[in-house]
Design a protein around this ligand. Structure first.
Ligand code: MN
Ligand code: MN
Length: 293
């Protein structure tokens, strides 16, 4: 009788042990799914990236089709861009900035963007010994609370050739002004930046834009962004020459309107906003008024 009891207890314990190990393994598997992790990750990122960084619209109607190589949509968690194969860089880069994106880290080495077809790759060293900086459109300082996010800004699909006096002068000052809005003004931003025109090329591979432009839509930090934008929402637009000798200039010197940037670039910015709102906020030209945050 005692032996039988002991044996069944032993079996029961063994059964519990086996069962619990299955449960533990099951738990582990669901926390770190082995199956197809990479593609699952990319799909989720593409969805969130597009919903986050492109809610104001796709300025050039870029698509994911490789048969559209000069207006090729690349969606990342950190930013979204339209790539131009023939120009060897982005047409535009679009990204959202909130306080939690900002920090102090900097981890980047410039790298090829392997999200692009291999024959389109631009290698970082193409820029070496040229008159140009590797000008990151989505600034590494807009993505430095996380090392992975920061590294993404060093991908060459986020880079265009900028003269050092532009990149380290008024362009940077405008970047710093916009981050100050986020850090000290409790705003969140939607930013779109790119280059227009041509003043030659680097190694016949990378077009050198003659102008660089940027649009920043400024909202008090909050939820439901698209529905909060109205005719009073502040939008800053700048248009800067890709030149030496402007390093000491203030960014405010280059203020313009979104309408003028649409004319310059051929893109439709803020196209997901109602036409009535676009009409008002895109016509506003801050170069003719004094503004304070
Ligand atoms: Mn820069
Ligand atoms: Mn528009």
């Amino acid at each position: 009788m005692n032996t039988v009891k002991y044996r069944s207890l032993k079996h029961l314990l063994g059964f519990i042990l086996v069962l619990s190990s299955f449960l533990v393994i099951g738990d582990f598997e669901s926390a770190f799914p082995k199956v197809n992790l990479t593609s699952r990750h990319i799909t989720a990122a593409q969805k969130s990236g597009e919903q986050l960084h492109l809610i104001l619209g796709n300025p050039s109607h870029a698509t994911r089709s490789e048969t559209n190589p000069n207006n090729y949509l690349v969606v990342k968690e950190q930013y979204v861009l339209s790539y131009n194969r023939d120009n060897g860089g982005p047409n535009w880069v679009s990204w959202h900035v909130v306080k939690t994106d900002l920090g102090r880290g900097r981890s980047g080495n410039f790298a090829v963007d392997k999200a692009l077809p291999e024959s389109w790759w631009v290698f970082p060293n193409v820029y070496l010994n040229t008159a140009y900086d590797r000008g990151q459109m989505c600034s590494p300082s807009d993505r430095n609370s996380d090392p992975v996010d920061n590294r993404a800004t060093f991908l060459m699909s986020n880079v265009l050739p900028q003269r050092p006096d532009l990149n380290r002068g008024p362009w940077r000052k405008f970047e710093e002004y916009s981050r100050d809005l986020v850090v000290n003004g409790n705003y969140e931003l939607y930013v779109i930046a790119g280059g227009s025109g041509s003043e030659g090329s680097i190694a016949n591979q990378v077009n050198v834009p003659s102008r660089f432009w940027k649009v920043i839509l400024i909202l008090p930090d909050g939820d439901n962004d698209l529905n909060r934008i109205d005719k009073n929402t502040r939008v800053l637009a700048v248009d800067m020459p890709n030149q030496q000798g402007i390093g000491q200039q203030n960014w405010t010197k280059y203020l313009t309107s979104v309408d003028k940037l649409e004319e310059l670039s051929g893109y439709d910015f803020l196209s997901n906003l109602p036409e009535k709102i676009q009409k008002v906020i895109e016509a506003r030209d801050y170069s003719v008024v004094t503004h304070r945050k």
